[in-house]
Design a protein around this ligand. Structure first.
Ligand code: ASP
Ligand code: MG
Length: 467
């Protein structure tokens, strides 16, 4: 049985970090390593391809030269004698520079060209990591995922063809692992059936790891990053915030929506669906327990496990006493948000139906207000709708936890804590999943609201450690 270990960009950016990676991999059981590009590389590659598309070949090539030099330098520091890796880096750099020049000549960067250029980041980092491991006596080799992850041709955001990918993952990787070798696979990238390089979307190296874990039926999928798991609150807001030992997939999904950026849960779904636990661990503190995410409801006696928040939002209210009982009214509101391509974070309508509140990014609120006024011009003229108002800046705060389901009195404790703090609640929403109570406050109250709720539920045993 194998273990998939994925390392993010900050774990690969310095010689010190790479040393830590080598120590972790050495301790791994039949490890398959998946790597991101080193921190900052993908952004730089995308910027370079855009610059090239303007025809500015000098700036774009200079950026590529700089990226190549930084990988060469890193390789020299971690594995000076590795001629194979140095040659591979050189070839990758030459190929990518040629791509950048073609883009500059054409003054056009198609998503397909951009993917080819962006793939440099993961391909180069796989070479550097494999060389680091070899320098530590581990029999490692770089394996481009273009030979494993089969995707459609939606360049920039390609979707994997799972079954074919799983078959290839086993065919390519298992023989290596069986012989005691350590494959270092590029995250983020794949290829169409015709062999054209694609990418799976920004931040998708976690996705690659989960896909390979599922295909290999791995024991575990370990995601190494630069924090010790998902925290019970943003530590910049709550000093007592603590890492959560266990999260259900559903809880992770609720949390990620608001600010908890450690992991995009959808990215690890292939592993969760295959029954493989996903653990978030810290490259820089590898003995910390981290957070284990599984498909099961993680009942550890806690009620509200985590409190998260997101500021910079606006609250739009469409109000009027005559709105009630008009079918299709909400449809008009949401047709408008869809037409304006505004993402709605929270919705609330009281059962009197006298108002609908929606929470949107603050910088879209005025535009959406104008669009709603156009859409509802007739209703406004007949006073079925009295007004469309905007309040901002506001924040949404969410209390999340599986333990809230079916537990009476949770809302009372949430709002009691806010009341004692003198925080005014503007709107409230709870989905019927009962894993999340969300509410809006003025942005000035965001920090106090998060602290009050975290404090209220801090006594419950959310600190129970994973095994
Ligand atoms: N390097 C890619 C990105 O920055 C993928 C990843 O890091 O997960 O989007
Ligand atoms: Mg990344």
């Amino acid at each position: 049985m194998t273990t998939v270990l994925k390392f993010g960009g900050t774990s690969l950016a310095t010689p010190d970090a790479l040393e830590r990676v080598a120590r972790i991999v050495r301790g791994g059981r039949a490890p398959v390593v998946v790597v991101s590009a080193k921190a900052g590389t993908t952004n730089a590659l995308i910027a370079a391809s855009r610059t090239a598309a303007t025809g500015d070949v000098v700036t774009a090539e200079t950026a590529m030269t700089r990226l190549a030099a930084s990988h060469d330098e890193l390789l020299r520091k971690v594995a000076r004698k590795d001629g194979d890796a140095a040659a591979a880096l050189e070839e990758l750099a030459q190929r990518t520079k040629a791509l950048v020049r073609s883009v500059a000549i054409l003054h056009e960067c198609s998503p397909r060209s951009q993917d080819a250029i962006a793939s440099y980041g993961e391909l180069a980092s796989a070479e550097v990591v494999a060389a680091t491991l070899r320098a530590h006596g581990i029999d490692a080799l770089a394996v481009p995922a273009t030979g494993i992850v089969v995707t459609d041709d939606a360049f920039g955001n390609a979707a994997p063809v799972f079954e074919e990918t799983y078959v290839r993952a086993r065919a390519v990787l298992l023989p290596l692992v069986t012989r005691g070798r350590v494959p270092v696979v590029t995250g983020f990238i794949g290829a169409t059936r015709d062999g054209v390089t694609t990418t799976l979307g920004r931040g998708a190296s976690d996705y690659t790891a989960a896909i390979l874990a599922a295909g290999l039926r791995a024991d575990e999928c370990l995601i190494y990053t630069d924090v010790s798991g998902v925290m019970s609150a943003d530590p910049r807001i709550v000093a007592e915030a603590r890492p959560l030992a266990r999260l259900s997939y559903a809880e992770a999904a609720e949390l990620s929506h608001f600010g908890a950026k450690v992991l995009h849960p959808r990215a690890v779904l292939p592993a969760i669906e295959a029954g493989i636990p996903v653990r978030i661990l810290n490259t820089f503190a590898p003995d910390d327990a981290g957070t284990t995410i599984t498909g099961q409801t993680a009942s550890d006696g806690s009620i509200v496990k985590a409190t998260t928040s997101l500021g910079g939002l606006g609250l739009l209210t469409v109000a009027g006493a005559e709105m009630s009982g008009i079918p299709g009214f909400a449809a008009k509101v949401f047709d408008t948000t869809a037409a304006e391509e505004v993402s709605v974070l929270m919705i609330s309508q009281a059962s009197s139906e006298n108002s609908i509140c929606i929470v949107v990014p603050a910088d879209t609120a005025e535009r959406l207000k104008a669009a709603l006024e156009r859409m509802l011009a007739k209703e406004l003229a007949y006073h079925d709708v009295e007004r469309v108002t905007v309040e901002r800046p506001i924040a949404v705060v969410a209390a999340v936890g599986e333990g809230m389901r079916g537990t009476p009195g949770v809302a009372a404790r949430v709002f009691g804590a806010l009341g004692r703090e003198g925080v005014n609640v503007i709107a409230i929403a709870q989905g019927s999943s009962e894993r999340n109570i969300s509410f809006c406050v003025g942005e000035a109250d965001q920090v106090r609201a998060v602290r009050a709720i975290h404090q209220e539920f801090a006594r419950e045993p959310a600190t129970v450690r994973a095994g």
